[in-house]
Design a protein around this ligand. Structure first.
Ligand code: C2E
Ligand code: MG
Ligand code: MG
Ligand code: MG
Length: 285
C-alpha cells in the first residue's frame, strides 16, 4: 500500500493497519492449524423446506470454526481472509469432502437429503475445482451426486465465460447450481438468463419484514417472475416470521430457509430436529 503512494513518500502503518496485519497473520497460522487439527472446523446444517409439502429434501452446509484460543469464529470473520490468501481452496476441499461424507451417511440411514455447499469467487479460479469435486463425488461411493453448489453473483461477474463453463460442469456431475444472495450483486438480468442455473436464492435483506415493506414486495415479486420465466426454482433465505412466510408462499417461492423453521445445526441436533420438529412442521396455510 505504501509503495503505491510513490517512491519518495512513505507512510507509517496506522494502528488500524497494524491490527489488520496482526489479524491476517493470526488467521494464517491458526486456520492452517485448524484444518490439520481434529474437530476445530465443522459443518452445520440448515434445512430448506419445500413450501408445498413442508418436507426437507436438502440442507445448506455452513462452516463453523471453534478456535481453542478465541472460541466460535463465524465464517464472515475468516472467509474473506481465506479468499485473499488462497487458503479457501484447501479449506473448500475439506468442506466438499465433509459434506459428501455426511450425505453418504444419511443415505445409509435411508435419509434422502442433498447438501448444498457454498463456493466463493476465489474457489472458482482454482484450476482443480471441478477435478476436486468429481474426485469427492467418486470417492463418496454413491451412484448419484448428493451435493449441490451455491455461488454468489461476485463469482460470475469477473469472467462470465468461465463461470458458465464451470456451472455446466457441476451440473454434468449431478449438482444443482444455485445463485446465492440474489439481488444484492451486480449481475444483469441478461447475464442471469444466459447462465445454466437451477435455483436462485433471494437474499435475506429482501425477506426481512417483507410483509410490511411494499418495496421489498415489489422487488421479490419481480425476481420470482423472472426466475419462473427462466425455469428456475426459488428459495427464500432468512425467513424469520410467519407473516414473511405467508407473503412468500403467495408470491410463489418454492423453498423456505430460515430461523423460523430451523437454525444451522450440528449433525446430531439436525437429525433430532428432523425426527421431531421437522416431521411435524406446518407451513403457512
Ligand atoms: P450464505 O451462504 O448466504 O448463508 C446464509 C447465512 O444466513 C448463514 O450465515 C446463515 O446462518 C444465516 N441465516 C440463515 N437463516 C437465517 C435467518 O432466518 N435470519 C438470519 N439473520 N440469518 C440467517 P453464516 O452461517 O454466518 O454464513 C455466512 C456466510 O459465510 C454464508 O452466507 C456464506 O457466504 C459464507 N460461508 C459459510 N460457510 C461457507 C463455506 O463452507 N464456504 C464458503 N466459501 N463460504 C461459506
Ligand atoms: Mg449460501
Ligand atoms: Mg445467502
Ligand atoms: Mg450471504
Amino acid at each position: 500500500v505504501a509503495k503505491d503512494a510513490g517512491k519518495r513518500t512513505y507512510r507509517v502503518f496506522s494502528p488500524e493497519m497494524d491490527n489488520k496485519v496482526a489479524e491476517y497473520i493470526w488467521l494464517d497460522v491458526n486456520l492452517r492449524k485448524a484444518l490439520e487439527a481434529d474437530g476445530q472446523l465443522k459443518l452445520y446444517y440448515q434445512p430448506k423446506l419445500c413450501v408445498k409439502t413442508g418436507e426437507v429434501h436438502s440442507v445448506e452446509a455452513l462452516l463453523r470454526w471453534d478456535s481453542p484460543d478465541r472460541g466460535r469464529i463465524p465464517p464472515l470473520d475468516f472467509i474473506s481472509y481465506a479468499e485473499e490468501s488462497g487458503f479457501i481452496v484447501p479449506l473448500g476441499r475439506w468442506v466438499m469432502r465433509e459434506a459428501a461424507k455426511q450425505a453418504a451417511a444419511w443415505k445409509a440411514q435411508k435419509l434422502d437429503i442433498r447438501i448444498a455447499i457454498n463456493l466463493s469467487a476465489r474457489q472458482l479460479t482454482s484450476s482443480t475445482l471441478i477435478q476436486d469435486f468429481s474426485d469427492v463425488i467418486r470417492q463418496s461411493g454413491q451412484s448419484q451426486c448428493l451435493l449441490d453448489i451455491e455461488l454468489t453473483e461476485s463469482c460470475l461477474i469477473d469472467d462470465e465465460i468461465s463461470a458458465h463453463a464451470i456451472i455446466r460442469q457441476f451440473r454434468e456431475l449431478g449438482a444443482k447450481v444455485q445463485l446465492d444472495d440474489f439481488g444484492t450483486g451486480y449481475s444483469s438480468l441478461s447475464q442471469l438468463a444466459r447462465l445454466p442455473l437451477d435455483v436462485i436464492k433471494l437474499d435475506q435483506s429482501f425477506i426481512s419484514s417483507i410483509d410490511q415493506n411494499a418495496t421489498s414486495q415489489t422487488l421479490v415479486r419481480a425476481m420470482i417472475a423472472v426466475a419462473k420465466q427462466l425455469n428456475l426454482e426459488v428459495v427464500a433465505e432468512g425467513v424469520e416470521a410467519e407473516g414473511e412466510a405467508e407473503f412468500l408462499k403467495d408470491a410463489g417461492v418454492d423453498y423456505f430457509q430460515g430461523y423460523l423453521y430451523g437454525r444451522p445445526m450440528p449433525v446430531k441436533e439436525f437429525e433430532e430436529w428432523l425426527n421431531n420438529k421437522g416431521k411435524r412442521l406446518r407451513l403457512v396455510a
